[in-house]
Design a protein around this ligand. Structure first.
Ligand code: TQI
Ligand code: CA
Ligand code: ZN
Ligand code: ZN
Length: 172
C-alpha cells in the first residue's frame, strides 16, 4: 500500500504543468544531454499515469523542481555518504529540491546489469522513485512498487506498479 507525507502535501491541484531544471552538475562527470534524456524519461513515467506534465527549463528561477549532484555535506543537513548508503533524497511538496550523491557509480542510460562496478546504481530508477517523493508519495509496503524503500544495486526498476498509480492518482 502507498503512503503520503504527513498532512498529504501536494502541488496545487490546479497546477498541471510543473517545470524542472538540472541546476548543479559540477560534481558529476555525466554529460548534460545524457542527464536531460534520463530525467525526461523518469518524469514521463509519472506524466503517463496522471494529468500532470513536466517541462525542463534552463533556469532554476523558472523551475518548480531543481535537480543537482552533490558530494558529502552540501548544506541542507542531510550529508551524502559516498558509494551506496544514501543515493539521493528529495523533499516533499512544494519544496522541489532533488539531490543526488555525486559519489555513486551512476549508470545513466546504459545497461546497469552489465556495469563493471559492483556498486553501480541505475540513475533512471532512482529518479523515478525520487520524483514520487517530489510529487508527494511516501513509501509503499508493496515490494513491486517504485515507492518500496529498497533497491538492489545493478538493477533497473522504472515501471510504475498499480500501487504507485493508484497512490498518485488519488493525490492529483
Ligand atoms: N534515499 C531515501 C529515499 O529516497 C531518502 C529517504 C528516506 C526519504 N526516507 C525518506 C525520502 C522519506 C523521502 C521520504 O527513500 S535513498 C531508494 C529505495 C533511496 C532509496 O538514497 O535511500 C531509492 C533512493 F527505494 F530503493 F530504497 C532511491 Cl529507489
Ligand atoms: Ca551514497
Ligand atoms: Zn541534499
Ligand atoms: Zn524513498
Amino acid at each position: 500500500l502507498y503512503s503520503y507525507f504527513p498532512g498529504s502535501p501536494s502541488w496545487p491541484r490546479s497546477k498541471k504543468s510543473l517545470t524542472y531544471a538540472i541546476t548543479d552538475t559540477r560534481a558529476t562527470s555525466i554529460d548534460r544531454a545524457t542527464l536531460s534524456a534520463v530525467f525526461a524519461r523518469a518524469f514521463a513515467r509519472w506524466s503517463e499515469a496522471t494529468t500532470l506534465n513536466f517541462t525542463e527549463v534552463s533556469s532554476a528561477r523558472d523551475a518548480d523542481i531543481t535537480i543537482g549532484f552533490y558530494a558529502g555535506d552540501h548544506g541542507d543537513g542531510e550529508a551524502f555518504d559516498g558509494p551506496l548508503g544514501t543515493l539521493a533524497h528529495a523533499f516533499s511538496p512544494t519544496d522541489g529540491r532533488f539531490h543526488l550523491d555525486a559519489a555513486e557509480a551512476w549508470v545513466a542510460g546504459g545497461d546497469v546489469s552489465r556495469a563493471s562496478s559492483d556498486v553501480a546504481v541505475d540513475l533512471e530508477s532512482v529518479a523515478v522513485h525520487e520524483i514520487g517523493h517530489l510529487l508527494g508519495l511516501g513509501h509503499s509496503s508493496e515490494p513491486g512498487a517504485i515507492m518500496y524503500p529498497t533497491i538492489t544495486s545493478r538493477t533497473k526498476k522504472v515501471d510504475l506498479a498499480s500501487d504507485d498509480v493508484v497512490g498518485i492518482q488519488s493525490l492529483y
